[in-house]
Write a protein that binds this ligand. Structure first.
Ligand code: FAD
Length: 429
């Protein structure tokens, strides 16, 4: 997808003394915040206990899902809950043990299933996703590898016309917000993706979506670029935001270091919860599990990242293998991953692609940082005015990383922007 890069907002370091910023969390959102703060003239330190790339998005489907603006909570969802509890093999499952802890979150989630709320959420989300490619462009341009984002659109395939019919109201809403989709028949699906020839008669193509071919390498490359441009990354956990005179003065780390900074950004995914006291927020943030199976030497070629709607998972060709996964599991805090769900995905994938060679498979799990209304938080703390929040990106963190980074850097610098950030306030709950 061609995008016009935004003009650099960088400042002349000779005229302005360099301000310092710490970003807590080096996942896709954190590294993009760090890069945009750097472009804005800050000396930035990025903190994360993990290696670059080893974060939730490693196990994502890698899609720039720009029109996936419809919230997860949809009309009729209440009636489906018994099914999710009974069928732990389904694309959407709720572990009975998670139920007591998740009830308050779920209640809010269900309240978002009204049509008027869905339209409202989709409109807000679209104001962010329309900016995705323009916001990624300068960051990717600065990376050594110029082909981190693929050129092909994304496909969605359905077992029967019912699935597609069910999607129609959402497609209309997406279209009204300026996103395109194209219906595909059996021949068109087979022409685009020969491995699916004769298997699906109903499909969609999203011409404005793209996919990355290495979700881990994508974040690692952005991190390398950040470091090459003078950024510092410390591989440790942030323990505490240090305060002085009603402001943050830095961050204490698990390795004993203390990093002082004029601005702090919390971009730690579900790990942001430990900072809620300091931030002065009470936010219903849940980690919602998704599973992946990376099939090395799959023996079948898939070119497009493809959503298999009835299976609730995606086939995504990655440099490390064919990644097959997705699904949604409400497992509850601290629950052990159930990799049996990845096996179920593989079993369903084999039904679609009987020639799939599953001799060499790696399993992974990611916890999407989800708020009940499916919208992220992009905001400033009212308790500590120099601390900023960038978390809760749910199913769209990879898509929204760069846009969030730009908006946070604008907020830190006090630059006005046309973006209405009220829908993404931490104080909306
Ligand atoms: C199965 C699955 C499929 C998905 N598919 C897509 C997709 O196709 N497209 C899309 O856009 N999104 C997708 N997502 C969602 C996407 O992966 C997430 O929204 C995204 O990873 C969130 O990014 P983040 O940087 O906010 O959080 P994370 O990726 O969770 O990163 C947070 C980072 O903070 C660090 N951290 C935590 N606590 C601390 C601390 N105290 N100190 C320092 N560091 C800390 C963690 O180590 C981690 O590296 C998918 C997710 C899953 C699970």
């Amino acid at each position: 997808m061609n995008a016009v890069p935004r003009e650099s907002a960088s400042r002349d370091p000779l005229r302005f003394p360099q301000e310092t910023a710490v970003v807590i969390g080096g996942g896709i959102v954190g590294v993009c915040c760090a890069l945009y703060l750097q472009r804005s003239g800050h000396a930035v330190t990025l903190i994360d206990p993990e290696k670059p790339g080893n974060s939730t998005a490693k196990w994502s489907c890698g899609q720039m899902a720009v029109s996936q603006v419809i919230p997860l909570s949809k009309p009729g969802i209440l009636m489906k809950i018994p099914g999710w509890l009974m069928d732990q093999k389904g694309p959407l499952a709720l572990r009975p043990s998670a139920l007591p802890g998740i009830i308050p979150w779920f209640f809010r989630f269900l309240m978002c299933a009204r049509q008027s709320k869905i339209v409202d959420i989709a409109q807000s989300m679209a104001t962010l996703t329309h900016e995705v490619y323009a916001d990624y462009a300068p960051l990717l341009e600065a990376c050594d590898d110029k082909a981190l984002m693929g050129e092909l659109p994304i496909l969605e395939v359905f077992d029967s016309p019912n699935g597609l019919t069910h999607e129609l109201p959402h497609l209309e809403l997406r279209e009204s917000l300026g996103f395109k989709s194209q219906r595909l028949n059996a021949k068109e699906i087979g022409d685009l993706e020969p491995a699916f020839a004769g298997k699906f008669a109903h499909g969609l193509m999203f011409p404005d979506w793209r996919a990355v071919s290495d979700t881990e390498g994508f974040i690692a490359a952005l991190t390398d670029s950040f470091i090459a441009q003078g950024g510092r990354r410390i591989q440790s956990e942030a323990r505490r935001i240090v305060e002085s005179s009603g402001r943050a003065s830095g961050v204490d780390l698990a390795n004993g270091e203390s990093v002082s900074a004029q601005h702090v950004v919390v971009a730690a995914g579900t790990g942001a919860r430990r900072f809620f006291g300091a931030l002065g927020v009470s936010v219903p943030l849940e980690g919602i599990a998704g599973y992946q199976a990376v099939v090395r030497n799959p023996g079948v070629e898939i070119r497009h990242s493809t959503i298999y709607a009835d299976g609730g998972f995606c086939f995504t060709p990655m440099t490390r293998g064919l990644q097959i996964g997705g699904t949604i599991e409400f497992a509850g805090d601290g629950a052990k991953p159930n990799f049996g769900r990845a096996d179920i995905i593989l079993e369903k994938a084999r039904r679609v692609l009987p020639e799939l060679n599953t001799a060499d498979v790696e399993y992974g799990v990611g916890y999407r940082p989800f708020l009940p209304d499916t919208k992220p938080i992009i905001d400033r703390s009212r308790r500590l005015g120099n601390v900023f929040m960038a978390f809760g990106h749910g199913q769209l963190g990879l898509t929204l990383g760069a846009t969030t980074g730009r908006l946070i850097a604008d907020m830190v610098a006090g630059r006005s922007s046309n973006q209405n950030l009220a829908p993404f306030s931490a104080y909306r709950f």
